[in-house]
Design a protein around this ligand. Structure first.
Ligand SMILES: [Zn+2]
Length: 152
């Protein structure tokens, strides 16, 4: 069994390979995908997973999308990833087909601000990426669940 940290490192490597470089927002996407796998009980990707991501469609923010795609295997091509351009909060809503559980992962706005400033100040992308990899989940995200009841 791999430890959580080993899984994270290997997920980050896979995302980097897909994306072409390593940065903090890519790692945020990787961690969002891992959380979704854990809470929806489908680690390693599941063909029933769907995700809708709200994110500004400019780099570095949009790098999040490739982190999510690499881990969940919900992609633009297989139509299981929907993207909405957003000027506001960055969030992803994950669902499983045939299941009423929904998980919403919101990236804490303070974190985005800090990362944006540090990138502008010239802090190296890779260094920030590994910092994000080590941050506790609650520093990065606010999670909420809903269980939609089927209308009878
Ligand atoms: Zn990037």
């Amino acid at each position: 069994m791999l430890s959580g940290r080993e899984v994270l490192v290997s997920d980050i490597k896979r995302a980097e390979e897909l994306h072409g470089h390593l940065g903090p927002f890519l790692v945020i996407g990787v961690r969002m995908g891992e959380i979704a796998g854990r809470f929806l009980n489908v680690e390693g990707g599941n063909s029933g997973m769907r995700v809708m991501v709200r994110v500004p469609l400019v780099t570095p923010f949009s790098c999040i999308l490739d982190g999510i795609q690499a881990v969940t295997r919900c992609t633009v091509g297989n139509r299981r990833l929907k993207i909405r351009n957003s000027d506001g909060p960055i969030m992803a809503v994950f669902k499983l087909k045939g299941c009423d559980k929904t998980l919403r992962v919101l990236v804490r706005p303070q974190l985005i601000e800090v990362l944006r400033k540090r990138l502008m100040d010239g802090d190296p992308n890779e260094e920030l990426a590994w910092e994000v990899a080590s941050m506790p989940e609650e520093t990065l995200f606010e999670l909420s669940f809903s269980l939609k009841r089927k209308k009878e």
